[in-house]
Structure formats: C-alpha cells, structure tokens
Unconditional design. Sequence first.
Length: 674
Amino acid sequence: MSKTFLIITFLLRLQTIGFSQNQELSNLSGQKALDSLQHKYQSAKNDSGRIIGLERIAFYYQPLNVDSSLHYYNKALSMTAKKSNGWAKARLLTGLSGVMENQGKYAEAFELLFTSLKLAQDRNSAYDIARTNRRLSLMYYDLQNYPKAISYQMAALKVDSANNYYEKVAIDRYFLADSYDKMNKLDSAVFHLNFAIKLENTIPDLLQYVYEIDGHIKQKKGNYSEALLSYKKGFEEAKKNKDLVSSSSICADFSALYKKMNVKDSAIFYALQGLNYATEVSFKQGIMLNSNLLAQLYDSTQPAVALKYYKTANAARDSLFGLRNTQAIQNLVTKEDAKQKELDDAKLAFQNQLKLYGLLAGLLVLCVVAFTLYRNNLHRKKANVLLQEQNEKIENTLSELKSTQSQLIQSEKMASLGQLTAGIAHEIQNPLNFVNNFSELNTELIDEAGEEMNKGNIQEAKIILNDIKENEQKINHHGKRADDIVKGMLQHSRSSTGVKEQTDINKLCDEYLRLSYHGLRAKNKSFNAEIKTHFDTGIGKINIIPQDIGRVVMNLINNAFYAVNEKKNSPLTSKGGKLNSQVIYEPTVTVKTFLNPSSGGRGAVTITISDNGIGIPQNMIDKIFQPFFTTKPTGQGTGLGLSLSYDIIKAHGGEIKVESIEEKGTTFTIQLPI
C-alpha cells in the first residue's frame, strides 16, 4: 500500500455517472460493505447501474484479492461489449489499469489508459477525460517522470476547471504542487498548493497530504519553524482521518527535519512512531523511510541497533521496488539504451561526414576568403553611400513629421476655437442687448430731463439724471463683460505664453461651460442637456496658465456634451427619449470644483467633469490619453484633445484621471497643486 494508492482510492470514491457512492459505506467495513455493494448491483434497474455496481465491487477487491478484482472488471467489460457502452468501457479500463499498476505491469496499465483516453475523447466525456489524464499523471509520478506527470495533470485540471469539479480541481492542484516540489520548482509548487488550500473543504480526507507538501516547501526554503507547524497540522488531520499511512510519512518528515536541526531525541522519537504506524498497515515506503532514518541516527552511538534498522529498510526497499517496478523500469531502461545507441551511431556517422566535408571545405575556404574580402570592401563602400542617403531621408522625414505635428496641434486648437465661436456669439449678444437697450433709454431720459428743466422742475430733472447715471453704469458693466468674453476668446486662440497668472478657477470653468453649451446649441437646435455646477467658493485664485487650463476644461466639457448627445440619439433612447422602454433619459453634465487641504495648509484644487452619456469601453480606458486615439467616428475627432490635455496638466504638476462605465457615463478628474 502507498500514499499514491490511497489518493487514488479517494478519487474513485467521488461521484460517478449513473451511480452515486452511498455515504453509508464510509461507516461499513468488511463483509457488510461488500454485501451493500452486491445489493446495489443486484437492485440496479438498468445496464449502466449494473456496470457501475460491478466496477465498485471490482475496486473493493483491488487491494484484497487481485483475482476477484479482475473477475468483476472483466465481467463488467463483457457487458459493455454487448451494449456498446463506450463511456462505461473507458471508465472500467481506467479502473483496471490500477490493478495492472499494483501488479507492476506498467506496460499493460499504460495501454489500458491510452485506450480509455481515446474512448473518452471520442465521446467527449469530460469526467472520464479528466479521470484518465489524472491516472496517467500518477503513473508517470510513480516512475519519477515528473514533467510527464505534470503535463497530464494539467490536462485533467483544464477539464475539471471548465466543468466546475471543485473537489477534483483541489486534488489536481495538490498533485501539481507535489510534482513541482519533487522537481524543486518551489514557486510553482506554492502557487498550486495555495489553490488546494483555498478548496480544502472539498477534500477533508486529503488535507494531511496538502499540509505535508506545505511543510516540504517551507523546509526547502529554510523556514524550519513554519515547516514544523505545517507538519503538525498535517499530523493532526491524519489522526482525525485515521490515516496511518500519512501519519507514518509525516513522522518521517518530522524526524528528518529534527535530524537536520540536530535535535536527535525528537528525531528518534518521531522515526520510531512513524515505523510503528507503517508496520501496522504494511506501508513499505514508510517502513523504508523511518528505518533508514533510525539507522542513521543510531549509527554513531549504537551500531548494532543501526544495523537492524538498515536491514529493515533494505527489506522494505526490495519489496517496494523489486516486485512492483522492476519490469517497468527495465523496459524503460532498455528503450532508453536502444535510443541512446541509435543516437551514438548517428553521432559517429555525422562526425565522419563532418571530417570529409571539413577537408573539402578547407580547400574552398582559401579561394572564397580573398573573393569575400574584395566583395565586402565593395559592399562597405556602397553601404556607406546608401547609409548617408538614408540618413538624409530620415532627417527630412523627421523635419516633416515635426512640422505636421505642429500643424495638427494647431488644428486641434482651432477646432476648439470653432466650438467656442457660436457660444461666444450667444454670450456676447446678451451684454450688447443691454448696452443697446440702456443707450436708447438714456436718449429718452435726456429728452425728458431737458423738458423738465425748461419747465423749471429742477428736482425732477435731477431724479432723471440719476437714472441716466445708473443706466450708464450698467452700460459700462455689460461693455466690460463683452470685453472679457472677447479677451477670453483671444486667450484661447493664441499660443500659450507659458506664464502663470492668478486665475479664478470657478469663473474659468463656468465661462467655458456656458460657451461650450451655447456653441453646441447654435450648431444643433435640437440639442439640450441639464447643466449642474458646484463651485467651492473657498478656493479663490490659483496660479495657472489660464489659456492652457481653459483648453483642457473646454475639451473635456465638449466631450461630455458629445457623449450625452450620442446616448440621447442612440437606438436605445431615440424612441420617446426612454431608456429600456421605462426610464426617461435626461442628458446631464456636471462640473464641480473643490479644495483638498493638506496637513501643511492648502493642498490641491480638484475639478471634476461628469456626464451620464455613452461611456468608454473598458478595453479603451488605458489608451484614452494616447495621441491620435479617439472613440469618435472617423472625421469627427483628431485624437489629440485628450493627449494635449494630459500634457498640459502634467506640465502644471497635476494629475488627470478617468473613470467610466459603458452606457452609464464618464468622469474626468483634474488635480492641480497650489
């Protein structure tokens, strides 16, 4: 009996198609368990149930009576031949391979498993594909061919994961961790072991093995105290599950680690305990490991006792490897020797050919060298001329690219200015209306004042003159307002001076928000959106380059209005402005500013521009600030707006971020240090 065999036992007890393992069997033993299996077989209502019943009985006999096990497997296989139950045949062949392996007939076991795998694949039976790959992995594991074991285990894991077989996924991960540990690939072992531990609830009967591997890994990393804790957890699980095989193996782990730590008494104690457990269940590997440890521990102090344990260890080793693996190992060695002989013969023939070719090549080399040197010299001259021409072309191309880049940037600025123009026309019209109206009113009031003065009503004339004065102040106010709008337009259109100025950020954001909105309204009379603002009045003026930050704010607000307009006109909302046929969609753009104080005083100003528009797909979020990247249709965007905005904010020592949910909306956040 071996640790691998016990794990195979657990795997075969998992749920199978057509017949579930009765939970009551775990409380039965001996003849009662066999009687229960016989009863289930005889009471099965169909061939599938009877075939699975025979498989259960065959598996029950597997560690007890090989002949009986073979009898029931063959009986079940004869039923599959009559009924053409391909899935059942695949399952039976996999189980039968275990009998062959326990008898040391590795070639027959491999043949059965490869046949089973083909049957399972032909019928696309996920359960049996995974199960057969898992058994092939264990076969190669026993032969210490760990790379092959890992490849088949990975195939099983892929199928189990795709079908949510969680308990089998946990076992797959454990086996992978064990194989990687044997290969000393500890990072990979830890990776898979952590997965197995997360799924520990699905494999309560195997937790002792999981913790044992965890201890091996930690010991190899030099974490002895942590390794001891893992071995302790595994030992407790083994005792809880009454698993003497695992108890013996973990005792050997304890002993080996204490021996390495020079704690001889503890090493002897655990090795003796492990030997007792192994002897009780005829666990040959445990007997060999613990006896070998005891022999080494007693070697320097009690040679006679050490000799006794050496003999015990050798007897177990002969029993374990002599009978079970001799044939398979001999076959592998013979094949490897034959393959190596073929390689040696091919190598010798190749070397002889090389010698012949070398003589011929030597004669040619002398002739070729002179010609090669001459030709290389000519090529070098030609290459130098070509390289010079290419350098000139590259320099010209680079110059053209820089010129084109400058033109594109200016084009982006002018596109933004064009967006402003309509908004400016609307904004400037209001103060001009006020100027015109109050001017006309003052003309009338002056006439009235003259009439009153002619009548001698000086007091009434003074009242009218005061009204004229107030109107003049209003004319002056709205004239300055128009002047500010024109200056703002000029600032936006001209190149940045690079000089920072004290600027009212709230006023700047409000100005560009209204200009952008009225600009879109001028182009598209049907466009409408709700505008929300929240400006922190405690910010005051901050030191920025106003025309640059204005371009950023203008670009982000234009994008927000574009997004809500696109969503409003999309097929989902075009019918009655409804979203999902129930919710009325209201395009909304929100602009906020607020102060983020730091522990040292004033920290940063944050500007957020949000919309409830179409949003940005998640796979495009990382590319949104790249030059020439745009989510707009061809011809509707240069792809430079956000790139320029990013550069401007970074030049101010700030940060710009974007958060977006597709079909929900987008929020751009700007942080400017003070």
